[in-house]
Design a protein around this ligand. Structure first.
Ligand code: ADP
Ligand code: MG
Length: 582
């Protein structure tokens, strides 16, 4: 097979769209040790994709050879293939790109007096000549797919291609915060990212700031954990940064940007109950593990990975994201180090991963009840005001009910405001879930059992839900026809409220089915919680408020009610100081 044809075929694999060409060029620049990289695009990459770097450059011989297939300088032996560390590894990218575009390469090593300019068109070398150019390499790819009409027609709208280009640029810029990047499209500067210094965490934070703005930087939650098997580093966005699409989700494995549905879901599920259904959290997370335990070579575009212990990684990732979120939401004003509570991530392969990701309630990690509330009320480990704050704990006189709907209380960092209805809903929801799972719901027997008539449809639904209703604490007897006798209701239901409870729960259940397609048990727990939670307008005694707060903080996810509304907000004392111009 003629080499030009082989290249053209390979191009179909390596270069599917402008963004994949950009990715290859950027990775080459990084492999070349660049400190500064500039990307120039025209017409969403269809006219021009140019990458200029200040890396090592190429000798005239290498410049001439690099468009040949398998002209890589990066693989020494077959063992290298198994433990890939450099980004490029097939020596196919430039050959492929050169076969489907008009390419101009200008390159020069510091040690050489002159540079080399190579022009390639549709796989043919047009010219090789010395040229004046600065140290480093510039590769300009013009009119991508000009000789492959089928591919050119296959390109999506300019807006879509640009979105992919920007995403590629962003993901690489995130992996290498110590390299400076610039992105120019149609003469407009879209990103200017200075090289960041410091450790990876700090550098990444700086990079996120210059990429996405201060709005993001203020709402980042640091996530980090190191084990002998796996290291995770990076940030997730606080729940407010959630998006309606999956756009800003960056997952890296050993420095490579990858898509992995399962791990994305692990992060997503750590946000359960914190963001509304159908929205997506922001994250930039870096996983590193022994390269022999991960297969990055399953797809030519190198975007997909396979792990030898995907379930273990799933559980690990989910646990530490949740831990990070808990810590950050608990005390947004102080550094993460002072706010650790004890938490054991699930051990690999022994976690309660439920197999079908996406369905069912999430398993509740083991956490001592009250650990969070201890944390919240515990005085700071250092600092002089600890003695005074100590008295806050358990002091009911520091609880206020505002307009019979909000509970105000002093916390270490300032003022906390709880929504009594949302808080109670969270408590009842988690309790109901546990009851359904374990079948231990307490029942309060009615003094006068009630007979209730249902429609045929509701009667059938009721029969279907019977085992779970019983687990929740309902004591129901089915009569002939469509009537049932209610002898007892869950003890969480306030007395005097028993009559319409079953009707209301059924109605809520059906609504949830239509709107959210919630799984059965979760739906039932949500419906009961929604129905039974104390409403605004109910006066609470200090003891009741205290008990509500304690129970809330014993919850697995205290910060939001089951439908995603916050249960509490915190107003830091610094915020009040600022408002009073102190
Ligand atoms: P690979 O990256 O897999 O080795 P490529 O086709 O991407 O294959 O590149 C071929 C070779 O060209 C590389 O191995 C490298 O020696 C050289 N090269 C490509 N881009 C650059 C660059 N920006 N700076 C220096 N050398 C480069
Ligand atoms: Mg390469």
């Amino acid at each position: 097979m003629p080499e030009a044809l082989a290249n053209k075929i390979a191009a179909g694999e390596v270069v599917q769209r402008p963004a994949s060409a950009l990715k290859e060029l950027l990775e080459n620049a990084i492999d070349a040790g660049a400190g500064d990289v500039e990307v120039i695009l025209k017409s969403s990459g269809s006219e021009l994709i140019q990458v200029v770097d200040d890396g090592c450059g190429m000798s005239p011989e290498d410049a001439r050879a690099c468009f040949r297939r398998h002209a890589t300088s990066k693989i020494g032996s077959i063992e290298d293939l198994e433990r890939l560390r450099t980004l490029g590894f097939r020596g196919e990218a430039l050959a492929s790109i050169g076969s489907v575009a008009q390419v101009e390469l200008r390159t020069k090593r510091t040690s050489d007096a002159a540079g080399t300019c190579v022009r390639v068109e549709g796989g043919d070398m047009i010219s090789v000549e010395p040229c004046a150019t600065k140290d480093g390499t510039s590769i300009a790819v013009r009119n991508l797919f000009y000789n492959v009409p089928a591919r050119r027609n296959f390109m999506k709208s300019p807006a879509t291609e640009l979105r992919h280009l920007v995403e590629t640029f962003q993901s690489i810029a995130l992996s290498y915060p110590s390299i400076g990047f610039r992105l120019i499209h149609d003469g407009m500067e879209m990103h200017r990212l200075p090289a960041e210094s410091g450790g990876f965490g700090d550098a990444l934070r700086g990079r996120l700031h210059s990429l996405f703005g201060a709005e993001y930087e203020d709402r980042l939650v640091k996530v980090g954990e190191k084990t002998s098997y796996l290291t995770v580093d990076g940030f997730v966005g606080q729940p407010e940064l959630n998006k309606k699409s999956r756009g800003e989700q960056f997952l890296f494995v050993n420095g490579r940007h990858v898509r992995n549905r399962s791990l994305e879901h692990a992060v997503y599920s750590a946000f359960e109950g914190l963001i509304p259904d159908g929205s997506y959290p922001f994250f930039a997370l870096f996983l590193s593990l022994d390269p022999s335990r991960v297969d990055v070579n399953v797809h030519p575009s190198k975007a997909e990975v396979k792990f030898d212990d995907e379930h273990g990684i799933y559980n690990f990732l989910k646990s530490i994201v949740r831990k990070g979120l808990g810590t950050a939401l608990l005390a947004p004003q102080s550094g993460p180090e002072t706010n650790r509570w004890s938490f054991d991530p699930m051990p690999f392969s022994q976690g309660a991963h439920d197999g079908d990701v996406g369905a069912g309630p999430i398993p509740i990690p083991h956490q001592k009840p009250g650990a969070l509330s201890d944390q919240l009320y515990r005085p700071p480990e250092s600092g002089g005001s600890s003695e005074k704050d100590d008295k806050v704990r358990g002091d009911d006189s520091l609880l206020w009910q505002l307009h019979e709907r909000y509970i105000l209380t002093q916390i270490r960092s300032g003022l906390m405001v709880l929504d009594q209805n949302a808080a109670h809903e969270r408590i009842l929801y988690e309790r109901a879930l546990q009851h359904i799972e374990e079948g231990i719901g307490m029942s309060q027997q009615l003094l006068f059992p009630q007979t209730v008539e249902f429609s045929a449809a509701d009667y059938d639904l009721l029969r279907e839900l019977m085992p779970d209703l019983r687990a929740l604490g309902f004591d129901i007897e089915f009569f002939g026809g469509r009537s049932v006798m209610i002898r007892g209701v869950p003890s969480d239901i306030r007395s005097g409220d028993e009559k319409s409870i079953l009707d209301d729960i059924l109605a809520q259940y059906k609504l949830n089915c239509e709107r959210l397609r919630t799984p059965r048990k979760d739906n039932l727990a949500k419906s009961l919680a929604r129905r039974a939670a104390i409403r605004p307008g109910v006066r609470l005694s200090p003891r009741e408020m205290r008990s509500l707060i304690d129970q809330l903080f014993a919850c697995e996810m205290p910060y939001a009610c089951p439908s995603g509304r916050p249960t509490m907000i915190k107003i830091p004392i610094e915020e009040l100081d600022k408002r009073f111009s102190r």
